[in-house]
Design a protein around this ligand. Structure first.
Ligand code: ATP
Ligand code: MG
Length: 345
């Protein structure tokens, strides 16, 4: 336990005193190509963090650095309370990594793959067999355990891959695109596996290209673009970052609708539905100002709904290279992600 307590918490937010992963200014280049251009991360223990980014954004590179497979060119990071460069051995002992490309050996059986991992973790033979059997059972692979892994479906291989990662009982696991290539049912199964891990107290660092997946699983999401974190926050916070959100007021009384429409000049009218769309970031402050205004004007709306854009909108807005200029505004105020949260306090 003490190993996961980070003494370096500088945010002073009290609620998240221990970080499973924290990094400041991580950099990595290959030749003259800068892949990571100063990445900061702070992942509370017991949470799910999703790193999103298009192909080649540097997701795998980040995972490889944090899991000690490669070293960064600059910056500092602690994983499970251990410094990456000073004590990589201790980091390795605390983590599990399921790489983007399967570590499963197809020529041997699922069970043999598991036992190989148990050997790598120096588990005594009997203990290794017990752990392997238990994990195979948990991942619904008992029936297939004696078949060569090459005969497994993609979903089964992925499950075996994660089961192998769990042999050492890691407190932090890195899952690099755990559901790429899986069908919808297998993907949902994988999500459940990830949720169960978190319930068991494990911290999950996952990379994904699926916004839906990040939305579904992650407490916090970071979007990697051009070597930097273009935005970071909860799914809701990220959705508030980009335009497209609005507050919809619907009326049943046409007179109330008309007077509201005359007054709220910035609203888009939907005369048929007697509804007004007011551009908004959906923050509490904006919501309150609209409610106050309605109150003062003596207008009563029958329905008020807040519409936030979905993560796909966010992803495209933040990672389209053609919109560099417009994304800048979102990129720089990393603080703007936190703003609505502070307002809400
Ligand atoms: N060993 C290497 N040598 C040279 N370039 C590399 C190496 N590893 C990665 N790169 C480059 O670094 C960039 C980031 O690669 P990385 O694999 O981290 O991206 P990714 O976000 O995981 O992409 P994907 O979604 O396709 O998995 C790419 O441009 C890649 O070509
Ligand atoms: Mg990758």
């Amino acid at each position: 336990m003490p190993a996961s307590v980070m003494p370096t918490s500088s945010r002073g937010d009290g609620s998240q005193s221990s970080a499973a992963v924290s990094a400041v200014g991580l950099r990595k280049s290959y030749g003259d190509k800068t892949v990571l251009d100063g990445i900061d991360l702070r992942i509370p223990a017991g949470s799910v963090f999703a790193l999103l980014g298009p192909n080649g954004a540097g997701k795998t590179t980040t995972v490889q650095i944090l899991s000690t497979l490669i070293s960064a060119d600059g910056g500092q990071a602690q994983v499970a309370g251990h410094d990456l460069s000073a004590d990589p051995q201790a980091v390795r002992a605390a983590i599990g990594v399921t790489g983007q490309f399967s570590a499963v050996d197809g020529l041997i059986t699922g069970e043999e793959n598991m036992l190989l991992m148990a050997d790598l973790h120096h588990l005594p033979r009997r203990e290794g067999r017990r752990v392997a059997a238990e994990l195979l059972e948990r991942f619904d692979l008992t029936e297939a355990a004696k078949k060569p892994a090459a005969t497994y479906s993609g979903g089964m291989k992925r499950r075996l891959d994660i089961a192998m990662t769990l042999v050492g009982d890691p407190r932090i696991i890195f899952l690099d695109e755990p559901t790429t290539g899986l069908d919808p049912r297998a993907r949902h199964n994988m999500w459940q596996i990830i949720r169960d891990l978190v319930t068991g107290g494990v911290t999950v660092f996952l990379t994904t290209q699926y916004l839906e997946e990040a939305d579904e699983l992650a407490d916090r999401i970071a979007v990697l673009h051009d070597g930097r974190i273009a935005a970071e926050g909860s799914a809701e916070e990220l959705k508030r970052l980009i335009p497209g959100g609005h507050i919809r007021l619907r009326f049943t009384d046409p007179a109330a609708y008309r007077s509201a429409a005359t007054e709220l000049t910035e609203a888009t009218r939907d005369d048929e539905a007697l509804a007004l769309h007011i551009p908004s970031d959906g923050s509490q402050r904006e919501l309150r100002s609209i409610l106050d205004w309605l109150e003062a004007a003596g207008i009563e709306a029958d329905e008020l709904t807040v519409h936030t854009p979905d993560l796909d909108d966010v992803f495209f807005a933040l990672t389209s290279s053609s919109s560099n200029e417009s994304s800048r505004g979102v990129t720089e105020p990393g603080s703007s992600v936190n703003e609505p949260k502070e307002k809400a306090r």
